[in-house]
Design a protein around this ligand. Structure first.
Ligand SMILES: NC(=O)c1ccc[n+]([C@@H]2O[C@H](COP(=O)([O-])OP(=O)(O)OC[C@H]3O[C@@H](n4cnc5c(N)ncnc54)[C@H](OP(=O)(O)O)[C@@H]3O)[C@@H](O)[C@H]2O)c1
Length: 249
C-alpha cells in the first residue's frame, strides 16, 4: 500500500516501536496519524512532533469501551497498525496464571478486539490494510518467557485466519515479525533472561522504516531486521532445529 496520503492508527504509540512508527509514517507522507495509548498524557511529546497531523487517542486493548470509542473517534483510518503488547516472564508450569491470562488477554484477545472494531471503519473507507506486529518469538517458545511466545503464536494464526476473511473485503493483512529491538520490552526480557543480552538489537527507528518498506512493497509477512530474516530462513530450512534452538536458549 501507499503510505503517502494514508491515514494511520498506531496502538502503543507513546513509546518503543509504536512511537518510532508514528515518526516514520509522518516522514513517509501519511496525511494523519492517530496515535493511540492507554495513557493519553504520555502522548504529549508524540503529538508535539506534528500537532497538525498527529491526533492523540485513548485506547486500552483490554478495555472494550475505549476501543469502541477509538473507532468512533477515528473514522478516517485506512491503515491499522496493531503494535501494542505486553510481556510476561516465568515458566508456564509454575508462574502466576494471572500473568499468563494478562498476556493472552492483551496480545491476542485485545488485538482481535481492536481489529474487529476497525474492520468496519476500513471497509467504509474503501478497504485498506492492517499490520499486526507479532515477533519471531511466535516461532519458538523460550521456556523462561512464559506466555509471551504463545500469545504471539496465537496472534500469528489469528492473522492468517483474518487475512483470508478480509482479502475478499478489500483489506490486506500484514504480519510483522521483528527480532530484538532496543526498547523497554527488550530490556525487561534481558533482565529476566540474560542470554538475550547477547543478541544484536536494532533501533525502533530502523525497524519502523523496514516495516514500512515491507508494507509499501506489499509483503504479507515482513521480517524487518537481519536477526528476523535469519530466523525465518532457519524456520524454512528445519523447523525442528529452530524449535530446539529457541527453546534451548
Ligand atoms: N522489543 C522487541 O525486541 C520486540 C521484538 C519483537 C516484537 N516486538 C513487538 O513490538 C511491539 C512493540 O513492542 P516494544 O518493544 O515497542 O514494547 P514497549 O516499549 O514495551 O511498548 C509497548 C507498548 O504497548 C502498550 N501497551 C501495553 N499494554 C497495552 C494495553 N493493554 N493497551 C494499550 N496499549 C498497551 C504500552 O503502553 P504503556 O506505555 O501504557 O505501557 C506501550 O506503548 C509489541 O507488539 C512487541 O511484542 C518487540
Amino acid at each position: 500500500m501507499n503510505i503517502d496520503g494514508s491515514t494511520v492508527l498506531v496502538t502503543g504509540a507513546n513509546r518503543g516501536i509504536g512511537r518510532a512508527l508514528v515518526s516514520a509514517f509522518l516522514a513517509r507522507g501519511a496525511r494523519r496519524v492517530h496515535a493511540a495509548a492507554r495513557n493519553p498524557a504520555a502522548l504529549e511529546p508524540v503529538v508535539a512532533e506534528a500537532p497538525d497531523r498527529v491526533v492523540p487517542l485513548t485506547l486500552d486493548l483490554t478495555a472494550p469501551a475505549t476501543v469502541e470509542a477509538a473507532a468512533e473517534a477515528a473514522p478516517d483510518v485506512t491503515l491499522l497498525v496493531n503494535n501494542a503488547a505486553t510481556h510476561a516472564v516465568g515458566h508456564l508450569l509454575d508462574m502466576d496464571l494471572g500473568a499468563v491470562e494478562d498476556v493472552m488477554r492483551t496480545n491476542f484477545l485485545g488485538t482481535l478486539r481492536v481489529l474487529r472494531a476497525f474492520v468496519p471503519v476500513l471497509e467504509r473507507n474503501g478497504g485498506g490494510a492492517v499490520a499486526n506486529v507479532i515477533s519471531v518469538g511466535a516461532f519458538g517458545g523460550t521456556p523462561s518467557l512464559g506466555g509471551y511466545p504463545a500469545s504471539k503464536a496465537a496472534l500469528h494464526l489469528m492473522t492468517q485466519a483474518v487475512r483470508a476473511d478480509l482479502r475478499p473485503r478489500g483489506i490486506a493483512v500484514h504480519a510483522v515479525f521483528p527480532g530484538p529491538v532496543d526498547t523497554d520490552m527488550f530490556d525487561y526480557v534481558v533482565r529476566h533472561e540474560p542470554a538475550f543480552g547477547e543478541f544484536p538489537r536494532v533501533s525502533p527507528a530502523e525497524v519502523a522504516a523496514a516495516m514500512i518498506d515491507g508494507l509499501e512493497a506489499g509483503e504479507e509477512d515482513i521480517f524487518p531486521d537481519a536477526f528476523a530474516a535469519q530466523v525465518e530462513q532457519e524456520r524454512r530450512a528445519d523447523i525442528k532445529a529452530l524449535e530446539r534452538r529457541m527453546t534451548g536458549i
